[in-house]
Write a protein that binds this ligand. Structure first.
Ligand code: NAP
Length: 289
């Protein structure tokens, strides 16, 4: 039976650590770290995500501000708005919630964010820093996956070095798959990036000591795709016909084959926000020197 890697417990521990760090930051600098979240339009899922981020920031003492902008906001106006946040010294982190309404070029907005305040880690400068092994800001979901992996390895008494391990990442998005592949590679795993054009995906997955599913297709990864004992990180968030949340892995069947598995909900999801708070504190600490 697979060991469940509990993201709720780990996220709570990491948030408590951020709260302590924020208190120290406030004592030293006479102000709290500041995070500005920008929501454009009225996408209901984005409204929930941004409200949760604002709330989570407040809980650890970060000064979080949520800007709700109408979906008539123009690209040029948004670029200027981001520039005003860049220029404000009391702001340490800027997050523009994706997706943006049609007509706004997402790359233009990401490029407008100062890399040192880019707490989502999506700016090409931060993506580049990650790929050349230098310190920038790393996207939250991949960081959360690595934290879950490390917590599991520590709990079972295994070393954190992934040398000799084969990691397969299904999904090559800029926000999850690619940066996670880089993080696994930096930890000496042998990494295979799989995607929609990969031939015989089940056979590729069966070679994985660590399997990450970041696709967005409910229960796509079946138990017979898994190497017995594999560590499985399920990033996918999908809704079943009856409205329940489920991941990309057929978790019930996978439990009998995998060595460890992150649940959905309660796995990677809670870690993403915890990592956003960590990135904000990190950005703030680097800015004050
Ligand atoms: P995305 O940008 O849509 O990327 C999906 C990736 O899956 C693409 O690389 C795509 O390949 C690949 N793919 C699609 N169908 C496939 C198939 N049949 N076989 C193999 N690969 C396939 O998605 P994303 O933003 O990375 O998100 C992935 C999932 O993670 C979604 O369910 C999302 O909701 C979830 N997510 C969760 C969190 C969290 O906090 N837990 C955060 C972010 C995302 P191609 O590149 O070839 O098209």
């Amino acid at each position: 039976m697979a060991r469940i890697i509990d993201g709720k417990v780990l996220a709570a521990q990491r948030r408590a650590r951020v709260a302590a760090g924020v208190a120290e930051f406030c004592a030293r600098n006479g102000r709290a770290p500041g995070l500005e979240v920008v929501l454009v339009g009225d996408d209901p899922a984005s409204a929930v995500y941004t409200r949760n981020k604002e709330k989570a920031a407040a809980e650890v003492g970060i000064r979080g501000v949520l800007h709700r902008l109408p979906d008539t906001t123009s690209e040029a106006w948004l670029v200027d708005f981001v520039a005003s946040l860049n220029a404000n010294p009391a702001i340490d982190g800027i997050l523009v919630q994706l997706p943006l309404p049609r007509g706004i070029d997402v790359n233009r907005i990401i490029d407008a964010i100062l890399p040192s305040k880019d707490v989502d880690g999506f700016h090409p400068m931060n993506a580049g820093m990650l790929s050349v092994g230098r310190e920038g800001l790393v996207p939250c979901t991949p960081r959360g996956c690595m934290a879950l992996l490390d917590a599991h390895l520590e709990a079972v008494g295994e070393g954190l070095d992934l040398g000799g391990k084969h990691a397969v990442v299904i999904g090559r998005s800029n926000i999850v798959g690619k940066p996670l592949g880089q993080l696994l590679l930096a930890r000496n795993a042998t990494v295979t990036m799989a995607h929609s054009r990969t031939r015989d995906l089940p056979a590729v997955c069966r070679t994985a000591d660590i399997l990450v599913a970041a696709v967005g297709r409910a229960a796509m990864v079946r138990a017979d795709w898994l190497k017995p004992g594999a560590i499985v990180l399920d990033v996918g968030i999908n809704r079943t016909a009856d409205g329940k949340l489920c991941g990309d892995v057929d978790s019930e069947a996978a439990m009998a084959v995998a060595g460890a598995l992150t649940p959905v909900p309660g796995g990677v999801g809670p870690m993403t926000i915890a990592m956003l708070l960590e990135n904000t504190l990190l950005a703030a600490s680097r800015r004050v020197g």
